[in-house]
Design a protein around this ligand. Structure first.
Ligand code: AHG
Ligand code: MN
Ligand code: MN
Length: 353
């Protein structure tokens, strides 16, 4: 670890200096997100003590999932910190059916912000790590304000992505395509300080993370892949250890730092899986790729997928490249019917987009 103390603000600023044409808009946007992270972390920490922030909100989101009070708080905090900065032309949140328009006089910025305000929110009341996921695209349409077309871009065009994790400590991880960098919040001074510079997902990997309780719903290829991870099928390597928290951000974070694969696969009754392409999968796949790993939908690179709707779901296999490619291999071998069906859906969707 370096002896220099580097705040997140300084780090983002130093990175920006490498691009003489940069206006500072993206830098400021990342810094606003760090502030949102601090505010959500503060509220998360008090959740057990404060009934106005603990428990279900009594509402459901557009997926029919119960919203927690902290989901609603985190969602509004991110919106409120970013709707008047002149940096964005639109936002999209997991908690809202449509894109979030920015008031016209503030909505002429060059960027689009997509976010999952609180990932793993069913774990809040049992004191398990949760997180916030964000992704930033450049505006591509010509009009004055942002439209759905600015939001529906493939992940390979992301200009930045990251997450905050509210765990035993609060961290913010971000990439602008130039390495993945991790900062830990020093609560005594309220600053994110560089603690994990240039993260590379380590080899050999250690873990596999999935909800094996749903194996009954899986296709044969995914079951065989899991047997391979356990060292039962195939070459008989030593088994990988199973770890599944049920907060994707916590599972992803552990595997990013220690090596492993997280997967939430397609299921017989849910051929498109559960994870949200735009608010969850794209950001994490972009981070994984910039740390030397890989994110796939079971067929190919998630970052190549042209989204066709805001709340599109995707199967997700993410982590060490070697483990993710092995999943693709088993799926290609055993799940041909699903591959054909899903590919047709994806390609059809791309034409419509
Ligand atoms: P969210 O809390 O944003 O709705 O996301 C929950 C996701 C993900 O974090 C997690 O890995 C997965 O759903 C857990 O789902 P299961 O309970 O079906 O395993
Ligand atoms: Mn989520
Ligand atoms: Mn969420």
């Amino acid at each position: 670890m370096s002896s220099k103390i580097v705040t997140i603000e300084r780090h983002i600023f130093e990175k920006q200096k490498r691009f003489p044409q940069a206006t500072g808009e993206l830098t400021a946007l990342l810094y606003d997100l760090a502030l949102a992270g601090k505010m959500i972390a503060a509220e998360t920490r008090r959740a057990g003590l404060n009934s106005s922030i603990q428990g279900a909100a009594g509402t459901t989101n557009i997926y029919g999932e119960d919203q927690q009070k902290l989901d609603v708080y985190a969602d509004s905090m991110i919106f409120k910190l970013n709707d008047h900065t002149n940096r964005l032309c639109a936002m999209a949140s997991e908690e809202h059916e449509d894109i979030l328009q920015i008031p016209a006089h503030y909505g002429k910025g060059n960027y689009v912000l997509l976010f999952d305000p609180l990932d793993g929110s069913s774990n809040i009341d049992v004191n398990v790590s949760v997180g916030t996921i964000f992704a930033i695209h450049r505006k591509i349409t010509k009009g004055e304000t942002g439209t759905l077309a600015d939001v529906l871009q493939p992940g390979k065009r992301l200009v930045a992505a990251g997450y905050m994790i509210y765990g035993s400590s609060t961290m913010m991880i971000y990439t602008t395509g130039d390495g993945v960098h991790g900062f830990t919040l020093d609560p005594s001074v309220g600053e994110f300080l560089l603690s994990h510079d240039d993260i590379r997902i380590p080899e050999p990997p250690k873990f596999y993370s999935c909800n094996q309780g749903y194996e009954k719903q899986w296709t044969y290829g995914v079951r065989r892949y899991t047997k391979w991870l356990q060292g039962i099928d195939g070459e008989g390597h030593a088994p990988y250890s199973a770890r599944y928290i049920g907060s994707m951000i916590a599972d992803f974070h552990r595997n990013l730092l220690q090596g492993g694969v997280y997967y939430y696969p397609h299921e017989m009754s849910k051929p498109q899986g559960k994870i949200r392409l735009l608010m969850e999968a794209q950001a994490l796949a972009f981070i994984a790729q910039n740390a030397g790993g890989y994110g796939s939908d079971g067929i190919g690179n998630i970052l190549d997928v042209q989204p066709h709707k805001l709340h599109q779901r995707t199967p997700l296999f993410i982590g060490n490249r070697s483990l993710v490619e092995r999943a693709e291999h088993f799926i290609r071998q055993h799940d041909q019917a699903w591959v054909d069906e899903y590919r047709a859906y994806r390609e059809q969707a791309a034409v419509e987009a």
